[in-house]
Design a protein around this ligand. Structure first.
Ligand code: NAP
Length: 286
């Protein structure tokens, strides 16, 4: 495997050290610590894992973490009211609403009710919009994690590079395209229609940076990868009891210069970026 591994854990460690120092100095300055409140509606095994990792990381960094479990039968209006109470609580600096929500609740609508100042995942349209102007420091966690991974590649410059993203979701593909554009990469976004048209391989063959966030195992064939490309695989798929990404890892690693493992690539960084957002939100609220 000629490619080097781009592991999220080591990048996360560096960011965590920085966050710890920052929290210490904020404690001295304001005699207060950032607090993140996580709302979980009903039970969900996928979000349980994420919540545990949030709790553990927050504790490690010195961020107060509170989980508010709401009944799975709650109405949309009741959820909005619960969010609003947190918006108005000056001791709460970050809010996250765990997904998925029950089907009767419109998840996209809910993100509009989190105060943009306390929006720990940067899902509010205002925070999304600020990315266009390159102004916000509160960033969508997974997209920002991909940027940190690219930043960790030694002597790598994004300026003018051909970057191809596969997947155009609101939380990953779309904000990531803007973050890359803000660094002067030449960005192409592929999505379901590209896949249906059968032109994915031709875009991917040109990609010096390839970021895939779809959720389909082996969607991206190893032989499509450009020699020397940097490959970031965001996808998480369970195949025969194993977790794999969207890229055929072994074959892609023969051609790439750097590649993220799945698990162990983007995942460990996402929760760290969430905490960095909470600290940033705390600072903006002081
Ligand atoms: P999503 O909202 O379902 O988006 C998937 C995207 O892929 C959509 O834009 C979809 O297009 C596109 N797509 C579907 N089939 C395609 C195909 N055959 N060819 C090209 N594009 C195709 O998912 P997401 O929330 O962005 O997550 C994507 C993956 O990343 C999932 O596996 C998720 O578990 C993983 N993830 C990992 C992390 C992490 O921390 N590691 C964080 C978030 C997500 P249409 O919408 O037009 O159908």
């Amino acid at each position: 495997m000629p490619a080097q591994l781009l592991e999220g854990k080591s990048v996360a460690l560096k960011i965590k050290e920085h966050i710890k120092l920052e929290i210490e100095s904020l404690k001295n300055k304001y005699s207060a610590q950032p607090k993140l409140v996580s709302i979980q509606v009903g039970e969900n095994s996928a979000s349980e894992i994420y919540i545990k990792s949030q709790e553990k990381t927050a504790r490690e960094l010195g961020i107060y973490y509170e989980l508010r479990k709401l009944d799975g039968k709650i109405t949309q209006d009741e959820l909005i009211k619960a969010i609003d109470n947190l918006n108005n609580d000056k001791n709460v600096h970050g809010i996250i609403v765990q997904m998925p929500l029950p089907q009767v609740i419109d998840a996209k609508l809910i993100s509009r009710f989190i105060s943009p100042l306390k929006d720990a995942e940067a899902v509010h349209p205002q925070n999304m919009g600020e990315i266009v102007f390159g102004r916000t420091k509160i960033l969508p966690c997974t997209a920002a994690a991909c940027m940190e991974l690219l930043d960790s590649v030694p002597a790598f410059e994004l300026y003018g590079k051909e970057a191809v993203i596969v997947g155009h979701s609101e939380i990953v593909g779309k904000p990531l395209a803007l973050l890359l554009l803000n660094k002067f990469a030449t960005v192409t976004i592929c999505h379901i229609a590209t896949g249906q048209r059968g032109t994915l391989p031709e875009f991917i063959k040109k990609a010096e940076i390839l970021i895939v966030a779809v959720g389909k195992a082996a969607l991206i064939k190893g032989e499509w990868i450009k020699e020397g490309a940097i490959v970031i695989d965001v996808g998480i798929n369970r195949v025969e009891g194993r977790i794999v990404g969207d890229v055929e890892f072994d074959k892609a690693a023969e051609r790439a210069s750097y590649i993220t493992p799945v698990p162990g690539g983007v995942g460990p960084l996402t929760v760290t970026i969430l905490m960095r957002n909470v600290v940033e939100a705390f600072k903006q609220q002081q």
